[in-house]
Write a protein of this length. Structure first.
Lengths: 314, 395, 105
């Protein structure tokens, strides 16, 4: 789909440095390219979360686009109101700007799959022309690594510690894409910045399409996932190479894997570089591998071909 | 001048939002507010009101959506009651400190549990400390007029605050009265649309809703308090202009027979009408009873209240709400008592909690209150054992 | 703290009117290791620039000719005011042109 290359990434930075996101923060990379992909003609409604607090510490802001934060659970509702206002004021000839302004809602996994799910559902169902971006770092990182509905199986968090009874999180990650898709929205996609051209192509598509669109962005967290900050991009690549994360899109119901992986790496390669999985036994790793295998089988079935291949030991 | 039409309080409020030419409406149905939303939907459906109508999935999203719309420069409206208002509670504080001129109607209703859809002021009073300018209307005409005045006040460059207009659930919201309707052209002449607050615009990007550390937070909360204090002047001006435009006169509080009254009943909402009628009756029998109606609840009009109660012998405050476990029991009472205390007014100021959950406030209840109050004439606050009573409850 | 503006002088509602003003806050002090680009080795692939979370790698329109005679139109330079020293650039550089050295202050 993409003639987009690294060379075509715009130079202009719409997220300013000086923000307080962590060393090696995955969400910072997501936000930086998100803004580059969308351009200046947007209005952002942001849910409470790490990116929100670390980019807008009064009296300074890292944002070079109009931006609003109201609360944790309502980014989608605030975005709906902004979009409705733009529509109404445009119809009445009040707005001074002529070009289409895309409204973008941004939320973390807690703000999206848990506390913000109701507002998200309302926004999707009402059909607002809003792009919703979920940056998923798989726990409540802002408050200090508590599990969310997006925390993966066996992951250590401060509220799912690994002890003699608990083995970290014991439930599987909530299928947010499935939930969003069920609203019949025109475009849903997963993105991983380690595959940056795919990231741009999807964000641009999601912006151009009229109506509610949803992007699920993979977002590694250095302190929450317990790894060295220089490994952020490496881990993001491993997520795709092991098949635990699949880059795909669903456009008007048509499913397509955008990053085929002919030969998969064992999921252990992904798990072993992260401290949140350090307590895992061989059996637990095997359980995760089995679940990834099942997910890959399902993905291939949807794709109608083996786009994600079998695991090949190194 | 407008025309006289029979309208319920809810419809009167919907007509006011229409006259104000609101750009975005977001609301969620709840009894007894629902008819406002229905009427506004009808206006939009018929092309009588050119607004985006958001069928939100909750009151939390209703207020969140109008926050977003207001921050984009739209004139917005929402309305709710009871549980809906409580669900909005979090966002109410945010709307006020972010200084957004949102206007909301509140058809007042009791709060759960037990669930009860009928009138009292528990919901309205629960929102009293959210930083909104708050009015309580006594009838449908007032509800209509105050919603229009609310836009004039909220959007004033010296204010930039959200405004709530309360009106009694069912008693006002569902009772049909003749209402002098203000037309759009007149409303816009009185309250023209002028966007002077910060808005989200790609041509001039701002960051709204930032994180303020201990070095900064305090100043913004003080800013809110000061904004409410100084809005009082604009409210007075807005009422004066309202009279010039529409002939009807409103004040922060209304005194009826307060000049020579021994006992003053302090009321809000529809109880005021009952109290005036009661006062007129007992005055024939020689009881000097006055009534003070509190129309503006936030910012609390201390000076105006004092003018009326200064010469009274007993002030009997009637609350249709309860602050369980507090030192003052009724919320209106706390404001009246503190106002009096600050001026050293050492007369009995007593609290009567009545009409909870839609129980009618009858003249017989007022009679009980007045008789009790008369028994306190000549006493000082410190002489009274208990400062409050429940009236109309079964023991 | 007393030198900061009072409530009267602050924009309403904690609104920030200067976009991108976080540049006033230098994050250099967060850095323990400092990335150093070897301009001779650098192939101008843009990968370090792409993956910098700050952004603290600047793309300059400054031509550079290597000793072996290869000329590039752009030069990449670390903005040490903001670089937090995460090391992603060094890790991802395909030709190992970036090394992390201990920060000396």
């Amino acid at each position: 789909m993409s003639t987009f290359t690294i060379a075509s990434i715009p130079r202009e930075e719409l997220l300013a440095p000086g923000h307080r996101m962590c060393q090696g923060c995955g969400a910072a990379i997501v936000m930086r390219h998100l803004l580059k992909a969308l351009g200046k003609n947007i209005i952002v409604a942001h849910a409470t979360g790490c990116v929100e607090v670390t980019t807008t510490l009064y009296p300074e802001t890292a944002w070079r686009v109009p931006w609003i934060h109201v609360a944790f659970e309502n980014a989608a509702a605030v975005a709906s109101g902004i979009e409705a206002a733009l529509k109404s004021l445009k119809k009445k000839g009040v707005l001074s700007y002529e070009k289409r302004v895309k409204v973008v809602a941004i939320g973390g996994d807690g703000g999206t799959v848990d506390i913000g799910l109701q507002a998200l559902s309302g926004m999707l169902e009402r059909g607002h022309d809003v792009l919703y971006v979920l940056y998923d770092n798989e726990a409540y990182m802002n408050t200090g690594i508590q599990r969310s509905g997006a925390t993966p199986l066996y992951a250590w968090t401060t509220t799912t510690p690994a002890g003699s009874v608990w083995r970290g999180e014991w439930r599987r990650k909530k299928d947010i894409i499935g939930i969003v898709k069920a609203h019949g929205v025109p475009y849903v996609a997963t993105v991983n910045f380690a595959y940056v051209t795919d990231f741009y192509a999807k964000l641009r598509k999601a912006t151009e399409i009229e109506g509610p669109t949803f992007i699920h962005a993979y977002s590694p967290c250095v302190p929450g996932w317990r790894y060295e900050p220089h490994l952020t991009v490496k881990i993001a690549k491993l997520a795709v190479q092991t098949g635990i994360w699949v880059n795909y899109e669903i456009e008007k119901g048509t499913f397509r894997v955008t990053t085929p992986v002919p030969k998969r790496l064992p999921v252990e390669e992904y798990l072993k570089v992260q401290g949140r999985f350090a307590h895992l036994t061989k059996e637990e790793v095997e359980t995760i591998q089995k679940l990834v295998d099942e997910d890959v089988e399902y993905i291939n079935k949807l794709a109608g071909a083996t786009v994600i291949g079998p695991v090949e030991k190194k | 001048m407008g025309k006289l039409v029979p309208l319920s309080g809810n419809y009167a409020v919907a007509y006011a939002a229409k006259a104000a030419d609101v750009d975005v409406v977001a609301a969620y149905p709840i009894t007894p507010q629902t008819a406002v939303v229905e009427k506004l939907a009808e206006f939009v459906a018929n092309g009588e009101l050119h607004a985006e109508f958001l069928h939100v999935e909750s009151e939390h999203s209703a207020l969140s959506a109008v926050v977003g719309a207001s921050a984009t420069g739209a004139r917005v409206f929402t309305a709710t009651s009871a549980q809906g208002l409580l669900l909005m509670y979090e966002i109410m504080h945010i709307a006020s400190t972010m200084r957004l001129p949102i206007v909301m109607g509140i058809a007042t209703r009791a709060i759960s549990a037990p669930i009860n859809i009928w009138c009292d002021h528990s919901d309205f009073m629960a929102a009293a400390d959210t930083g909104w300018i708050m009015f309580m209307a006594v009838n449908a005409q007032e509800a209509h007029d105050l919603v229009i005045a609310a836009y004039r006040i909220a959007e004033d460059p010296d204010v930039h605050l959200p405004v709530a207009v309360g009106y009694d659930g069912f008693i006002v919201s569902h009772t049909i009265e003749p209402v002098n309707i203000i037309e759009k052209e007149e409303a816009l002449r009185y309250a023209p649309k002028r966007v002077t607050w910060f808005t989200l615009n790609p041509e001039k990007p701002v960051t709204m809703g930032s994180l303020a550390s201990p070095e900064w937070y305090y100043e913004f909360r003080v800013q809110l308090q000061k904004a409410l204090e100084s809005s009082a002047k604009v409210i007075t001006t807005a009422f004066r202009e309202f009279k010039q435009h529409f002939g009807r006169e409103y004040r922060e509080v209304d005194g009826f027979y307060t000049d020579d009254a021994d006992v003053i009943l302090v009321t809000m909402g529809s109880t005021t009408g009952t109290a005036i009628s009661y006062a007129e009756e007992v005055r024939k029998a020689g009881l000097k009873v006055g009534v003070l109606n509190v129309r503006l609840f936030r910012p609390f009009p201390e000076r105006e209240v004092l003018k009326h109660i200064e010469e009274a012998k007993v002030v009997a405050v009637i609350d249709r709400a309860l602050n369980p476990g507090s030192s003052f029991v009724g919320p209106l009472y706390s404001d009246i008592a503190v106002t009096a205390f600050k001026k050293g007014l050492d007369i009995p100021i007593t609290n009567y909690v009545t009409g909870l959950g839609g129980r009618a406030v009858l003249k017989s209840h007022l009679d009980t209150i007045v008789k009790h109050a008369y028994g306190l004439i000549g006493k000082r606050m410190r002489d009274i054992d208990t400062h409050y009573a429940f009236v109309g409850v079964r023991e | 703290m007393s030198s900061l503006p009072g409530w009267r002088d602050l924009p309403r509602g904690a609104t920030i009117t200067e976009p991108g003003s976080s540049v006033k806050y230098k994050t250099a002090s967060w850095r323990v290791m400092r990335p150093v680009i070897d301009q001779e080795k650098c192939i101008r692939c843009r990968i370090c620039w792409t993956y910098c979370p700050e952004p603290a790698i600047i793309e300059l329109d400054e031509p550079y000719t290597t000793k072996t005679g290869r000329t590039f139109k752009v030069t990449y330079s670390i903005d040490y005011d903001y670089c937090k020293g995460c090391g992603i650039c060094a890790e991802e550089c395909p030709v190992k042109a970036i090394t992390m050295v201990e920060e000396v202050r």
